[in-house]
Design a binder for this molecule. Structure first.
Ligand SMILES: *[C@@H]1O[C@H](CO)[C@@H](O)[C@H](O)[C@H]1NC(C)=O
Ligand SMILES: *[C@@H]1O[C@H](CO)[C@@H](O)[C@H](O)[C@H]1NC(C)=O
Ligand SMILES: *[C@@H]1O[C@H](CO)[C@@H](O)[C@H](O)[C@H]1NC(C)=O
Ligand SMILES: *[C@@H]1O[C@H](CO)[C@@H](O)[C@H](O)[C@H]1NC(C)=O
Ligand SMILES: *[C@@H]1O[C@H](CO)[C@@H](O)[C@H](O)[C@H]1NC(C)=O
Ligand SMILES: *[C@@H]1O[C@H](CO)[C@@H](O)[C@H](O)[C@H]1NC(C)=O
Ligand SMILES: *[C@@H]1O[C@H](CO)[C@@H](O)[C@H](O)[C@H]1NC(C)=O
Ligand SMILES: *[C@@H]1O[C@H](CO)[C@@H](O)[C@H](O)[C@H]1NC(C)=O
Ligand SMILES: *[C@@H]1O[C@H](CO)[C@@H](O)[C@H](O)[C@H]1NC(C)=O
Ligand SMILES: *[C@@H]1O[C@H](CO)[C@@H](O)[C@H](O)[C@H]1NC(C)=O
Ligand SMILES: *[C@@H]1O[C@H](CO)[C@@H](O)[C@H](O)[C@H]1NC(C)=O
Ligand SMILES: *[C@@H]1O[C@H](CO)[C@@H](O)[C@H](O)[C@H]1NC(C)=O
Length: 401
């Protein structure tokens, strides 16, 4: 093991090695410098096979960290990595993504990378939540961005108060998140807005399991081109639920979500439970949502426990004139139970497709959903869809016989 001092000596050696040779066999241990620990942490990740941040150590990060292109690197986070809340710096220097106009604190990528250890990534979000309340165009950094990674895992990590999205998976392949504990909760009257647990974009084979999420937006969201995704054994509180989409937003783009499974999910105090949403109307994009299974959802105080909205952000007239070009096929909702909030009165499930038969092979099984008792019987609504499965009859005319 190397202390920071001997680690500095190690780095003084010439470093003219290629990326594949770069990871040495050294195990390096970092200590806090009292200043910005970002550059040392980045260099350690590039040069050491294992980087340890010990239990009592808090690394203070006040400059952006580009840890892409790593190879065979373990980051053992026992202590804390804490980002400064210098808004001037981050707004001007955060890594910029065109997609939904995002900025990021930290890019992690490469091949065969592991981040684990029970420690904490602290985004110091309170100042951002408060500033966003008076500037709703404020750019706010994503806490952890997995970018251009293959075979990367993040296990047993606490993610605390990210200013905006907590995890962004962009152009990843074979990515695992296991045992993640997310808490993005404001202590003032200004909510922790847009603190999505995960956003998955242009990525294949991403698994999110065994995690707890307390936040103020989607628990997990599948953005364009998310394929072979699992989001299971999750407990989501205060969120917008598990969402596919919204897709088809941008003219000229084709969005794919295919092979998504989400099972054993508890959702409480949320806007949505299991949801698929796609834009319709003039001048939008196109795509397909295919083979999605939501099963064993237990919900409590959720505004809309089960949702398909294929006219997202589109008036009824425009959805009729310009149905969605995002087709929705081979979808199963099974074993959906619990209670809604009453925010949508007695409606507990709403499956609304565009006209013109753009939803196909939608199955509903074993529904046990109820509104709060004061709203009476549960109401299952649907439009422009033929449903199969043992819960189809709850939806009246949409049931296929
Ligand atoms: C991040 O580092 C990689 C090298 O690993 C480099 O190719 C890339 O340009 C850097 N990205 C940014 C945004 O600085
Ligand atoms: C915040 O960042 C700006 C711009 O990078 C810098 O000039 C300023 O010194 C920083 N403020 C603090 C308190 O570090
Ligand atoms: C809001 O924040 C952005 C930086 O993300 C800045 O460019 C803009 O001027 C701010 N708007 C106001 C009204 O302060
Ligand atoms: C998918 O990713 C997991 C890691 O999460 C890996 O173990 C598995 O082999 C990958 N599957 C395929 C088909 O590559
Ligand atoms: C879930 O996380 C706990 C605690 O880290 C661990 O003991 C358990 O094995 C994990 N389950 C799975 C399926 O990985
Ligand atoms: C999604 O993947 C398809 C097929 O590879 C591609 O044509 C399309 O441009 C991709 N869309 C996005 C938003 O990346
Ligand atoms: C649907 O996706 C699941 C994984 O989510 C996969 O196991 C199954 O083979 C897929 N079915 C089809 C017909 O592609
Ligand atoms: C979906 O899963 C099926 C069955 O495993 C597979 O044949 C198909 O290629 C997958 N689709 C995508 C986009 O990966
Ligand atoms: C229909 O879409 C057009 C173009 O986006 C928009 O200008 C118009 O207001 C929409 N009509 C309705 C009734 O929402
Ligand atoms: C309907 O979708 C399910 C997956 O939800 C799939 O297993 C089945 O093969 C599909 N049926 C048809 C007729 O495409
Ligand atoms: C169900 O909800 C729909 C949409 O809000 C409403 O139009 C309908 O009257 C409701 N039906 C019952 C029986 O409550
Ligand atoms: C429902 O099925 C009937 C009979 O096959 C068909 O005529 C109708 O177009 C289908 N409706 C939708 C919305 O797919």
């Amino acid at each position: 093991m190397h202390s920071l001092a001997s680690f500095a000596a190690l780095l003084a050696a010439p470093l003219a090695v290629s990326a594949s040779q770069r990871a040495s066999t050294a195990a390096c241990t970092l200590t806090a410098s009292g200043g910005d620990d970002g550059p040392t942490f980045v260099q350690a990740a590039q040069e050491c096979s294992t980087v340890t941040i010990p239990t009592a150590t808090t690394l203070s990060i006040s400059s952006r960290m580009n840890m892409t292109g790593l190879a065979n690197t373990d980051i053992e986070l026992l202590g804390t990595v804490e980002f400064s809340n210098n808004m001037t710096y981050w707004i001007n220097n955060g890594f910029y993504f065109d997609f939904q106009t995002q900025i990021a604190f930290w890019l992690l990528g490469g091949t065969n990378v592991r981040l684990y250890g029970g420690g904490t990534i602290n985004g110091n979000g309170q100042a951002w939540y408060d500033a966003f309340a008076s500037n709703d165009t404020l750019l706010r950094p994503i806490l952890l961005t997995v970018y251009q990674a293959t075979d990367l895992s993040v296990e047993n990590i606490n993610m605390l108060n990210g200013p905006e999205w907590i995890n962004f998976v962009n152009e990843g392949e074979n990515i695992l998140y296991n045992g993640i504990n997310i808490s993005a909760v404001s202590t003032s009257s200004n909510p922790a807005k847009n603190t999505d647990g995960w956003d998955i974009y242009r990525s294949n084979n991403v698994t999110i399991i065994n995690s707890t999420i307390n936040n103020g937006d989607d628990c997990v969201s599948l953005k364009p081109n998310a394929t072979n995704i699992v989001a299971s054994y999750l407990s989501c509180n205060g969120s917008h639920g598990i969402s596919v989409g919204s897709l088809g937003q941008y003219e000229g783009e084709y969005d794919i979500v295919e092979n998504f499974t989400s099972t054993n999910v508890y959702i409480a105090n949320a806007e949505n439970g299991a949801r698929i949403k796609a834009f319709a109307g003039p001048g939008v994009g196109s795509g397909i949502v295919k083979n999605v299974t939501y099963s064993f959802f237990t919900e409590s105080n959720v505004d809309s426990p089960v949702v398909i909205d294929q006219c997202y952000f589109t008036s009824e007239a425009n959805c009729t004139a310009y149905p969605s070009n995002v087709y929705i096929q081979d979808i199963t909702f099974t074993n959906m139970s619990g209670t809604s909030s009453g925010n949508e009165k007695n409606v507990v499930a709403s499956l609304a497709c565009s006209p013109d038969g753009r939803c196909e092979n939608i199955t509903v099984n074993n529904f046990n959903l109820a509104p709060p008792t004061s709203y009476g019987n549960a109401n299952f609504t649907c439009q422009n869809v033929n449903l199969t499965g043992n819960a189809a009859s709850l939806f009246g005319d949409c049931a296929t016989t």
